[in-house]
Design a protein. Sequence first.
Length: 187
Amino acid sequence: MAYNENHKGAHNYHDAILSRKIANAAKTRRDEWFATDERADEIENYVHGRSGFLGDMCDAICKYGAPTPSQRAAIIKSIDADKERQAKWDAENAKSQHVGIVGERQAFNATVVFVADYETPYGTSYVVGMKIGDNMIVARGTSGLSWAEKGDTVEFTAKIIEHGERNGQKQTIINRPTKIKINGEAQ
């Protein structure tokens, strides 16, 4: 019995030494990576807290101290694609202008770009985003516009309640749409 207990203690001791060696090697590799890669900090921040492939890359960087060259290339490709996509969105959003005058009712003819729903204490509510050219129109609530789908053409009359902005995009917020037609059909 004494042999097994001593053997177990020796096993734990060797495991601790091995873990310490791995941690020291990872720290050294990380220090070298940060000293030689100008995008190391950007890469580490990008993968932090992610799931899927990027989460796996975060785990690998934590365990081994740095990504492999092929992992680094894949992460950089993802970072650059996100930056390119964001630049495109920013350019599109910058084109948007407010429509109409706050407080007045106006007729609209727009194309639906998204419909989202969420639960409230009073039931399901909707947010419908529509575009007239580059200009964004947003309706919130439970109107007949909630039956529209992405790509539908909608015609309606509504009161403009606010000229707002979200993520650099000017938006015209409307309320209580009436005389609603979706793809030419009255609702």
